[in-house]
Design a protein around this ligand. Sequence first.
Ligand SMILES: *[C@@H]1O[C@H](CO)[C@@H](O)[C@H](O)[C@H]1NC(C)=O
Length: 209
Amino acid sequence: MNTLSTFFIFISLFASISHGIEVDYCVGDPSLPRGPEGYACKNPSKLTSDDFVFRNFRGEKQTGGIYKNNITLAFAEQFPAINGLGISMARLDFGVGGVIPLHSHRTSEIIVVIRGTIVAGFIDASNNAYYQKLEVGDVMIFPQAMLHFQVNVGKKPAMAIVSLNGASPAVQQTTYSLFDGNLPAELAEQITLLSQKEVTRMRKLFKTA
Ligand SMILES: *[C@@H]1O[C@H](CO)[C@@H](O)[C@H](O)[C@H]1NC(C)=O
């Protein structure tokens, strides 16, 4: 192999790993269709500093619903400036006894507790559950795609901030997937081995929520 072909192999390798870096940023336009790599970019000449700031984590959040929580997402849809940057955040508020039920994302998640005491954990593909009581300032990682959960075990409301290494990491919650979607009750029974009575109770719980 001569020097020139080695050079071209090197150049094409370099090109293939750096192909995505053609713009400094791509603030998404959620009104345009979204592809697998994110939203199309807003016209850069229309951007202002405001586009790069997200203010919805401010203030008190009212908790409620079956799980007594309030989830504020700063994903690409809510915060289009993170489009394509492989990063996002969410604020989790827990009422007393509040829960973020078992769920997963396409990404990893790292949590820091800001207020209160929670038990957080994940369950890996070998069914090992790793969970800990976390106090203010504690950080825990939930590895990519693993099922995980958080429970407020304190006597007061709790709050935590999470960051995820994807701009649109999605939130797939197992109980909502089974009982709040279009999965027929009979299939829910078959794939969970829950009784008809229990599946009916769960579906009612989510329908009225
Ligand atoms: C979350 O809290 C905000 C602010 O209090 C409130 O407007 C919103 O309705 C709450 N969402 C849920 C699902 O409770």
